[in-house]
Design a protein around this ligand. Structure first.
Ligand SMILES: Nc1ncnc2c1ncn2[C@@H]1O[C@H](COP(=O)(O)OP(=O)(O)O)[C@@H](O)[C@H]1O
Ligand SMILES: O=P(O)(O)O[C@H]1O[C@H](CO)[C@@H](O[C@H]2O[C@H](CO)[C@@H](O)[C@H](O)[C@H]2O)[C@H](O)[C@H]1O
Length: 481
C-alpha cells in the first residue's frame, strides 16, 4: 500500500489522500480487467486475470477537486493471471498506468476511455488513458523539466540539458511494447508499460553510449523511476526522454517499401551492418566484457533449451519441431566442449528493423534505438554480457519477417530478397569491425533459433495473427536450415 504521507497530493476533505484510499484499486479492478486485454503492450493475452495488487499510487495532479481540471493518477499495478509460474518467478506482471480523471471525457478522447468506477474515491468520474491525452502528456513532460520527487516517483534530468517549456505532446500512434509520446517534434518520451525493478538497459546503454560519444544513438535527456518498495531493492525505471529524430523512417517501413516496389535493399542493409558494428564497438569499450568458454556456452545452451520447452508448453504448434530445434542448442554446447570460445559484451538485445531509424529521403546515417532487450526476459539476464552476433542473428530474423509479411508475402522473389539482404548486412557488419558472422556458425544458428522461439511466444502473447511468420522459420531451422 502506498505511503499516504508521500503521495504529494492534498488530502481530500473527509477521507485519506486519494492514492491511499483502500477502495481505490477494488473500484478500478473491473474496469482494468476489461481494458487491459485490448492493449497491444499487455503481455497476458489469452490468460484469465485473477486479481490485481496495487504497488504504488501517486496523484501527479489532483483528481477529485470539485470543478477542477482533469487529474492525473500514476499507478503501478501487478496483474495476477491463471497460469503456472516458473519457480521463483514474481506472482504476476507489473504494469505502469497513467490515468486521466475528470467529470467527462471530451469526444476527441472517447477511444481513450477506460470507464467510470461505480464506487470508491473516483465514483462519478470518467477514467481514461492519460497517455492518449495530449494535454496530460504535456503535464508529464513538465514533471521531467523540473526534476524532483513526487509521491513514489523520482524525476531526473541529465546534467547540462534543457527541456523547453510547454511543448505540445502527442502519442506516437501505433501501439508497441510500450507507449511513446512525441513533444513538439523535438523530444520523445518512452513510457514503459510492463516494468520490473532495476535499471532498464534502454536507459543504461543509451547513457553509456552518449558518454562514449557514439553518435548512432539519441542521448537520454531525462528519465523517471519508482523508488524501491523495500530496503535493498532497486528502483524501477519507468520512462526515458530522448531527442526525437525528425523526418526519419524506421528500417521496417523502408524494407517494406523496398519489397513492395521489388527494389534492392542490399546497400541499406550493408550500411546498417556497419552501424551495428560501430555501436557494438562502442559498447565493448564502455562496459564490461567477458569470455565465454565451455561452462558459459553449456549454460547458454541450457537456457535456450529451457526456453524452447516453456514455449512449447504455451504454444502447442511448436511441439513437433522441438527435437529439430534442439540440435542447434546441442551443437553450441558441443562447440564449448570442443574448446570453442567467444567474446561477450553488452549488446542491443532485441535488434530488429523497427529499432533502426534513418532519414526517410536521401542517404543519411542509421541510428539505433530501444536498447531494453527482449521485454519478456528477466532484467538480470538482459544486462549480462552476450556474444555480439546475437544482435546480428536477430536482425537476420527481421529481414525474414519483412520478406514474409510484406505485400508479396513470402513468394520466391521476396525470399531471395531476404537472402541477399541478410548476406549484405553480415558483410557490412564485418566491414564495420564486427566479427564475421560466417566464422561463428554454431553461435549464429543457436541464436537465430532461440530468437525464432522467442518470437513464437511473443506473437502468441501479443499478436496471434503474426504467429505464422516465426513458425515458417521454425520449420526451416528445425530442418537444420
Ligand atoms: N529518437 C527517436 N526519434 C524518432 N522516432 C523514434 C525515436 N525513438 C523511437 N522512435 C519511434 O518510436 C517507435 C517506438 O519506439 P521503441 O523505443 O522501439 O518502443 P517500443 O519498445 O514500444 O517498440 C519506433 O519504432 C520509432 O518509430
Ligand atoms: O516492441 P519492441 O520493439 O521492443 O520488440 C517487440 O516487438 C517487436 C514487434 O514490434 C518484435 O519483433 C518481431 O516483429 C518485427 C516486425 O514487427 C520483426 O522485424 C522482428 O524481427 C521480430 O522479432 C520483437 O521481437 C519484440 O521483442
Amino acid at each position: 500500500m502506498p505511503d499516504p504521507a508521500s503521495t504529494g497530493a492534498p488530502p481530500r476533505s473527509g477521507g485519506p489522500p486519494l492514492a491511499a484510499a483502500p477502495d481505490l484499486l477494488p473500484s478500478l479492478a473491473p474496469l482494468l480487467a476489461d481494458w487491459l486485454p485490448g492493449r497491444r503492450w499487455f503481455a497476458g493475452h489469452g490468460r484469465l486475470i485473477t486479481g490485481f495488487t496495487l504497488l504504488s499510487a501517486t496523484e501527479l495532479l489532483p483528481c477529485t477537486v470539485v470543478g477542477g481540471p482533469p487529474g492525473l493518477l500514476h499507478l503501478l499495478v501487478r496483474v495476477e493471471q491463471a497460469t503456472a509460474r516458473a519457480p521463483g518467478a514474481p506472482p504476476g506482471d507489473c504494469y505502469q498506468l497513467l490515468l486521466g480523471v475528470g467529470r467527462e471525457v471530451p469526444p476527441r478522447l472517447a477511444p481513450a476511455l477506460i470507464g467510470r468506477p461505480v464506487g470508491g474515491p473516483l465514483r462519478g468520474h470518467a477514467v481514461h488513458d492519460a497517455l492518449l491525452d495530449g494535454h496530460l502528456c504535456g503535464l508529464l513532460l513538465e514533471r521531467l523539466r523540473l526534476p524532483g520527487r513526487i509521491g513514489a516517483l523520482d524525476f531526473h534530468r541529465e546534467a547540462g540539458t534543457e527541456i523547453p517549456p510547454r511543448l505540445p505532446g502527442r502519442p506516437l500512434g501505433a501501439e508497441q511494447s510500450h507507449t511513446s509520446l512525441v513533444y513538439g517534434e523535438t523530444l520523445i518520451l518512452k513510457v514503459f508499460r510492463q516494468v520490473t525493478p532495476g535499471l532498464n538497459p534502454d536507459l543504461e546503454l543509451s547513457r553509456a553510449l552518449a558518454a562514449a560519444r557514439c553518435p548512432r544513438v539519441p542521448a537520454p535527456v531525462a528519465w523517471f523511476k519508482a523508488r524501491a518498495r523495500e530496503p535493498g531493492a532497486e528502483p524501477t525505471t519507468l520512462g526515458v526522454l530522448q531527442p526525437f529524430l525528425p523526418g526519419c523512417a524506421d528500417g521496417w517501413q523502408l524494407a517494406l517499401t523496398a519489397l513492395s516496389g521489388r527494389a534492392d535493399f542490399t546497400a541499406s542493409a550493408r550500411s546498417l551492418g556497419q552501424a551495428t558494428a560501430e555501436v557494438h564497438t562502442a559498447l565493448a569499450r564502455a562496459l564490461p566484457t567477458a569470455a565465454l568458454r565451455r561452462p558459459q556456452l553449456e549454460s547458454i545452451a541450457a537456457g535456450m533449451r529451457a526456453r524452447l520447452e516453456t514455449t512449447a508448453r504455451a504454444v502447442p504448434g511448436l511441439r513437433p519441431y522441438r527435437a529439430g530445434l534442439r540440435t542447434a542448442f546441442d551443437a553450441l554446447a558441443a562447440a564449448g566442449r570442443g574448446g570453442g570460445s567467444w567474446a561477450a559484451q553488452r549488446i542491443h538485445g532485441d535488434l530488429h528493423l523497427g529499432q533502426t531509424l534513418r532519414p526517410a529521403r536521401g542517404p543519411g546515417r542509421w541510428s539505433l534505438i530501444d536498447f531494453e532487450g527482449e521485454p519478456a526476459r528477466p532484467l538480470a539476464e538482459r544486462r549480462r554480457p552476450q556474444p555480439a552476433v546475437r544482435d546480428v542473428a536477430a536482425m537476420l530474423r527481421s529481414f525474414d519477417y519483412a520478406a514474409r509479411s510484406g505485400p508479396s508475402g513470402g513468394d520466391a522473389w521476396s525470399l531471395e530478397w531476404a537472402r541477399r539482404t541478410r548476406e549484405a548486412y553480415c558483410r557490412g557488419y564485418a566491414e564495420g569491425g564486427g566479427l564475421d558472422p560466417g566464422t561463428a556458425p554454431e553461435l549464429m544458428r543457436a541464436y537465430e533459433t532461440d530468437k525464432a522461439v522467442y518470437e513464437v511466444l511473443y506473437e502468441a502473447r501479443h499478436r496471434p495473427d503474426w504467429l505464422p511468420v516465426p513458425m515458417a522459420a521454425v520449420r526451416r531451422l528445425a530442418d537444420g536450415g
